[in-house]
Design a protein around this ligand. Structure first.
Ligand SMILES: Cc1cc2nc3c(=O)[nH]c(=O)nc-3n(C[C@H](O)[C@H](O)[C@H](O)COP(=O)(O)OP(=O)(O)OC[C@H]3O[C@@H](n4cnc5c(N)ncnc54)[C@H](O)[C@@H]3O)c2cc1C
Length: 394
């Protein structure tokens, strides 16, 4: 491997799969990259997810550049094996990773990038790749009465949920029917909770993880570039076969096209136990949570319930504002204005461009699987950085 002479390294912020993939792709092109990670190890998010979690994207379609996920990890890779893979990945590519360093602010100074980090560090990079995660900071809705409720009763965000053991014999309300809420509800039902209710605001599309050996992820890849209206119509026609109907059990069929909803950020729920649990009466769909009053939870249909515990699977924020809100590169939802690999390129019509040398990975939630997209983005980003460095030298 030829090493490109660089005035300063490329800094990659975050040692999750996104950041590691970019660092490896840069190294493969002879570009020095230093990964800065605030926790004490790579793959911090995967170390803390709930025990039962497996990749719902297949092993083959989730490998990062330059190292396949071992076949022995099976088709649906377990959480602990994802962590093992990420550790192995960093070691295999001999990545330069500094742990225990949190980047707090990023600034541009002419051609260089200045990173302010914990311990009063001021680091100078020739480019910076932000890979701090789509699921950065747990988000709780601004529910009226939440403070009074938590003073009396137990409420945790799904990010703090590990397994059903603490909930055995208890009445639990899971809020939010995305992939995480659906799986936690099934986990609680399997794990001995006395009663499990699932509060649903917008009924999700629920799809099988695979059908006759064909993974749903592959369909996601095939339809990804098709027009939204066409996919909505197709999935509408095939909906009865592709998606589960739980309307007899209190979970109405979803409205709105499947792909329109994906574009608005609502990925279909991959069924890993919810459908069977609802059909068996072990998970009861209920109306959305409206507010809290004392020890009661008030639902959108006016009913009031008093579960022993609430698990809020209500999503995450990107929390990029403190890091780079001042650079004008975030949209109204706090997401980067343009996609990965586009540092210095004009954004889509009406969208601002990213400054030269600033890149993002992992800030979309595509139907084709994030590991897969981050692997592709890593090559794009590394290619652009390598070309830019070559131009600067010329
Ligand atoms: C429950 C769950 C299941 C998922 N399952 C799948 C799946 O099956 N298939 C799939 O393709 N995708 C899946 N995803 C989506 C996505 O692939 C993962 O979230 C993946 O971990 C994202 O990788 P990332 O590197 O972008 O972010 P993360 O893995 O979150 O990594 C970000 C890293 O940045 C560090 N960091 C954050 N801020 C700073 C800072 N300021 N300074 C320094 N370090 C910082 C964090 O500590 C962390 O290590 C899942 C997501 C969740 C939440």
């Amino acid at each position: 491997m030829t090493v490109t002479p660089q005035p300063h390294p490329v800094y990659v912020v975050g040692a999750g799969p996104g950041g590691l993939a970019v660092a490896a792709a840069l190294r493969a092109r002879g570009v020095r990259a230093v990964v800065l990670e605030k926790s004490d190890a790579v793959g911090a998010s995967w170390r803390h997810h709930y025990d039962r979690l497996r990749l719902h994207t297949t092993r083959r379609l989730s490998s990062l550049p330059g190292l396949r996920i071992p076949r022995s990890f099976g088709r649906w890779v377990a959480r602990a094996d994802v962590v093992r893979y990420l550790e192995k990945y960093a070691e295999f590519h001999d990545l330069e990773i500094v742990t225990g360093v949190e980047v707090t602010r990023i600034e541009q100074e002419q051609e260089e990038w200045i990173l302010h980090a914990t311990g009063g560090r001021r680091l100078v990079g020739c480019a910076v790749v932000v890979a701090t995660g789509f699921n950065h900071t747990p988000r709780l809705p601004d529910w009226p009465g939440l403070d009074t409720y938590t003073a009396k009763a137990e409420l945790v965000h799904a990010s703090a949920y590990r397994n059903p053991a603490p909930y055995e014999g208890r009445d639990v309300l899971v809020v939010g029917a995305g992939n995480t809420g659906a799986e936690i509800a099934a986990d609680l039902a399997d794990g001995g909770a006395a009663r499990v209710r699932l509060a649903v605001r917008t009924p999700p599309y629920i799809v099988r993880r695979s059908t006759l050996g064909w993974p749903t992820q592959r369909s996601g890849i095939l339809i990804r570039r098709l027009p939204v209206g066409l996919v909505d119509r197709l999935t509408g026609l095939l909906g009865r076969f592709m998606t589960a109907d739980l309307s007899a059990y209190g979970l109405p069929r979803p409205t709105g096209g499947l792909y329109s909803r994906v574009r608005a950020g609502a990925i279909p729920v991959q069924d890993v136990g919810l459908v069977a649990a609802v059909r068996a009466g072990k998970v009861e769909p209920v109306a959305a949570v409206d507010s809290f009053e004392g020890g009661e939870v008030v639902l959108a249909d006016g009913s009031r319930i008093t579960p022993d515990a609430v698990v809020a699977a209500t999503g995450y924020r990107r929390a990029l504002e403190p890091l780079l809100g001042h650079l004008g590169v975030l949209d109204e939802r706090g997401r980067p204005v343009t996609g990965a690999g586009k540092g210095g390129k004009a954004g889509k019509a009406g969208k601002a461009a990213l400054p030269q040398g600033l890149y993002f990975t992992g800030f979309t939630n595509p139907i084709s699987g994030m590991f897969r997209e981050m692997a592709l983005d890593a090559e794009r980003i590394a290619g652009r950085i390598a070309r830019r460095l070559a131009k600067r030298r010329a």
